[in-house]
Design a protein around this ligand. Structure first.
Ligand code: FAD
Length: 292
């Protein structure tokens, strides 16, 4: 199944993102949680990729497991930074041979401690080059990342929109957002991209808070604002106690309810390889009806 055309036609989707764990125990846990989330009949699941190829084999093996053994539409992420176009082409050819029809095409960030703008081995390092490559090979539905608050390196929201349009025009047919915690940023993104003539589905990426300190730091590193009003809700519970997870789940339920109220019918959850919170959020709001 090709994600872009299908979700555009249906006007709805439900999806879950996982990351490749470092060891076998983590992989077993991931598969256990993915199987629980399969009950919600997601439209697709996705698996992240370590920029520069550090998780190349894990990403592929897990994608194949989720596709072949769990019967889910599984989309690998792929980044172009620090990999040559020939290497990327070989990876995409391999995916094509294995029946993978979707890819999330990203630039990626260079490893910590190296220059943020380190070019790839081929001297190119923008997602649009990877979109162009995947598009030229035909057979892929291609997703890209978009940023409700603008990408941290973008000089302005106007330039961010321009570059976003360029990578979509290169052949992407759906987009997934960076996490955000104030829905106004998402509505403003829809307005900006709409004005720029971008018509593909833009799927909000929802990050349920399971540990406020960790997620706040993570959000900061991605350029996503964590509103004070949300942080204050954890004042009495501390970071990760049961009550804190409960508050985090409620925050996400309220966020998704507001999105639903504004007519949003696409939802992508950053699961952090867990299932409990996402199961609660999805079932409480009936989002499983959007998946299939
Ligand atoms: P690009 O679209 O290339 O943009 C990067 C920067 O370059 C932006 O500031 C953009 O405005 C600017 N730019 C674009 N074109 C030009 C141009 N022609 N001239 C000058 N500037 C330009 N990272 C991983 O390593 N692995 C993952 O699996 C992964 N998954 C992600 C999934 C989602 C949904 C999201 C939102 C992000 C994910 N990331 C992942 C993080 C992502 O790689 C980083 O945010 C990275 O910094 C930018 O990637 P991009 O694809 O948006 O890059």
């Amino acid at each position: 199944m090709k994600i872009g055309p299908i979700i555009q036609k249906r006007g709805a989707s439900l999806s879950f993102e996982f990351f490749p764990p470092k060891d076998k125990a983590g992989e077993d846990k991931l598969i256990e949680h993915a199987m629980k989330l399969r009950e919600l009949k997601p439209t697709f699941v996705s698996l992240t990729y370590g920029a520069g190829g550090s998780t190349q084999n894990n990403t592929k093996d897990l994608i194949l497991h989720l596709k072949q053994k769990a019967g889910m539409v599984a989309m690998p992420h792929l980044t172009c930074i620090n990999q040559s176009m020939d290497e990327l082409k070989a990876i995409l050819e391999d995916y094509k041979r294995l029946g993978i029809k979707n890819v999330l095409a990203l630039r990626g960030d260079p490893p910590k401690g190296t220059e943020r703008t380190t070019p790839g081995k081929n001297g190119r390092c923008h997602a649009k080059d990877l979109v162009r490559l995947a598009s030229s090979m035909s057979g892929f539905s291609i997703g890209v990342a978009v940023y409700p608050e603008g990408h941290p390196e973008s000089p302005s929201l106007e330039m961010d929109t321009l570059y976003t349009k360029e990578k979509i025009d290169a052949g992407a047919d759906f987009a997934i957002t960076q996490m955000f915690f104030d829905n106004r940023y998402f509505y403003e993104l829809l307005e900006r991209t709409g004005k720029a003539g971008i018509k593909i589905p833009i799927i909000p990426g929802i990050m349920p808070i399971n540990d406020i300190v960790k997620i706040k730091n993570f959000a900061q590193s991605c350029g996503a604002t964590m509103p004070e009003s949300i942080i204050r809700r954890f004042d009495k519970t501390g970071s990760i106690a049961g009550d804190a997870v409960e508050i985090g789940t409620k925050v996400a339920i309220e966020q998704c309810a507001d999105l639903l109220g504004h007519g949003v019918r696409y939802f992508h959850f950053y699961t952090l390889n867990r299932s409990e919170q996402v199961l609660r959020i999805v079932t409480e709001l009936g989002l499983q009806n959007l998946g299939k």
